[in-house]
Design a protein around this ligand. Structure first.
Ligand code: NDP
Length: 255
């Protein structure tokens, strides 16, 4: 085994990626597979393309349908994973959504939708997987998708529900890290800045033009630039990294 494999290799691990059908989840799922993990993707509309890409690359992957806001659907998917793969070692809790809206114009239904998917959805998945890890004595790694928006306030688009949901994820992560530390389960969050994905491609060009002067690195990031961060948090080399929020935002939050 090479030194890099010793530090970052995931051979023999089973990794669950929520929202891995496109965007960041798709690219990170491919990266975790290349590091050796068997990948299981959960999303509402399927992830055939991601699974095909991983198979073409010689990796192991399959996908299951579930809405992360629906506890029963998540439980059914996790039971299926235990039947097929026997365990879950890694979770990239990535499924998410965003609504840009002035607070005074936003409906409470929109607020609820964003909080439900981003915060409650990640809670439902983390809680259900944490229970399995504790029952099976798995010293796993849970990586919750937060955002720099959990720390900074984006300008000029208003998205209070999204920002609040991601701030909630960062503190949920710290809370679970301490609560489950006695079981050897690590819980960390990842906070990207602006990343080019289908979620951000719907964004009007004038908004992107407004972001550029505010990004110290003067460009958006790519999903590929998040892969190493997730592999680090998933692998044994980060054994003493727990309750951390790893910010990958081209220095945006430093201002
Ligand atoms: P995309 O919109 O490209 O992908 C979102 C994924 O989440 C899709 O696969 C979608 O699949 C899945 N998803 C959404 N709702 C649910 C649900 N209720 N149940 C199950 N799966 C769901 O987004 P990105 O790749 O851009 O974002 C991924 C994560 O990264 C999100 O949490 C986002 O907040 C975060 N992030 C993104 C940034 C960016 O600039 N792009 C910056 C910082 C953080 P389906 O519709 O099939 O269910």
């Amino acid at each position: 085994m090479s030194y890099l494999d010793e530090l970052f290799g995931l051979t023999g691990k089973v990794a669950l990626v929520t929202g891995g059908g496109r965007g960041i989840g798709q690219v990170v799922a491919q990266g975790l597979a290349r590091a050796g993990a068997e990948i299981v993707i959960i999303s509402r509309s399927g992830a055939d393309e991601t699974v095909k890409k991983i198979h073409a690359d010689g990796g192991k992957a399959y996908s299951l349908l579930a809405d992360v806001t629906k506890e029963k659907e998540v439980d059914a998917a996790l039971s299926e994973i235990l039947k097929k793969s026997g365990k879950i070692d890694i979770v990239f809790n990535n499924a998410g959504t965003c609504i840009h809206e002035d607070t005074l114009k936003a409906s409470i239904a929109d607020w609820r939708e964003v909080i439900d998917v981003n915060l409650t959805g990640e809670y439902i998945v983390a809680r259900a997987v944490g229970k399995i890890m504790i029952e099976k004595g798995i010293k796993g790694s849970i990586i919750n998708m937060a955002s720099m928006s959990g720390t900074i306030v984006n300008i000029p688009q208003w998205q209070a529900s999204y920002n609040a949901s991601k701030a909630g994820i960062i503190h949920l992560t710290r809370s679970l890290a301490i609560e489950w530390s006695e079981y050897g389960i690590r819980v960390n969050s990842l906070s990207p800045g602006y990343i080019s994905t289908p979620m951000s491609s719907d964004t009007p060009q004038e908004l992107k033009d407004a972001w550029m002067p505010l990004i110290p690195n003067h460009r958006m990031g790519t999903p590929e630039e998040l892969v190493g961060a997730v592999i680090y948090l998933a692998a044994s080399t980060s054994g003493y990294t727990n309750g951390c929020d790893l910010i990958v935002d081209g220095a945006y939050h430093c201002q």
